[in-house]
Design a protein around this ligand. Structure first.
Ligand code: NAD
Length: 258
């Protein structure tokens, strides 16, 4: 039970990596606030966590809070719901993210650009605004930001997605050095391509065995990432085992970035 006594907010936890993180954290004893823009998806994950727990086990509890991470008021609601139900918050996982479809840079519209930067980057601005004063008062806390190998080893066709994830990585490092004296840790996870709702958008082509092979060929360990791979890394970074770890961007990528 590596997260016993902690409350964690996981954004975009209605599917994919976020769902894996929320369920793994609850199994390790954390109370979890399951956020997603897709309210029914968040509710499904929170109720599956509730079904998996039993009164005797030290499995954590979960609530769902629908909300858009690009909106200040929705961050306020997330914060209020967490405090009301669980009394305190120790970790915020900024996992919600989106991309424009893989395509030539000149085909990306202004609306797509704005959406990618709002969901991937501005969300972190709002999470910081909402939680840093609280973490300071509490004497510490941790942010885990899901960036991407795209922010380190960009693939063609994803220019502004790559740029947004590089922004997440450098902002996280800057936050780590600025907030370290407040005992607030800020780390990133850089997943390689994974089998989630975003996969075909990243590929920009149908997910056939032949097309998938083109991407697998760039990953030395020879497979895509899974929600459990990402959750295992997040579990370490959220736990007290990582109390001296801040400002890292941990690649969970089967060697892709080497
Ligand atoms: N799948 C990959 O190949 C891959 C690789 C590297 C990084 N990532 C990153 O992992 C994170 C999770 O993505 P995923 O792959 O699990 O995809 P996913 O589509 O399965 O999950 C993303 C979730 O975020 C939610 N979401 C989108 N916009 C939101 C908003 N404004 N407010 C709240 N929730 C919102 C979606 O409804 C969805 O449930 C993203 O930050 C993504 O960029 C994914």
């Amino acid at each position: 039970m590596r997260l016993q006594g902690k409350t964690v907010i996981v954004t975009g936890a209605g599917s994919g990596f976020g769902e894996g993180i929320a369920k793994t954290f609850a199994r390790e004893g954390a109370n979890v606030v399951v956020n997603d823009l897709n309210g029914p998806a968040a509710e499904r994950v929170a109720s599956e966590i509730a079904l998996a727990s039993s009164p005797e086990a030290s499995h954590g509890r979960a609530i769902s809070v629908a909300g858009d991470v690009t909106k200040r008021d929705d961050w306020q609601r997330l914060f209020d719901a967490a405090i009301e139900d669980f009394g305190s918050v120790q970790v915020v996982v900024n996992n919600a993210g989106t991309t424009h479809r893989n395509k030539p840079v000149l085909d990306v519209t202004e609306a797509e650009f704005d959406r990618v930067y709002a969901v991937n980057v501005k969300s972190i601005y709002w999470s910081v605004e909402q939680f840093v004063p609280y973490f300071r008062q509490q004497g510490g806390g941790a942010f885990i930001n899901v960036a991407s190998t795209a922010g380190v080893r960009p693939r063609p066709g994803l220019v502004w997605y790559n740029g947004s994830k590089a922004a997440v990585i450098i902002a996280s490092k800057a936050l780590a050095v600025e907030l370290g004296p407040d005992r607030i840790r800020v780390n990133c996870i850089n997943p390689v391509m994974g089998e989630t709702g975003l996969l075909t958008e990243f590929m920009g082509m149908e997910d056939t065995p032949a097309n998938r092979q083109k991407f697998l060929a760039t990953i030395p360990l020879g497979r895509l990432s899974t929600p459990q791979d990402i959750a295992n890394a997040a579990l370490y970074l959220a736990s007290d085992d990582a109390e001296f770890i801040t400002g890292v961007a941990l690649e969970v990528d089967g060697g892709r970035c080497v």
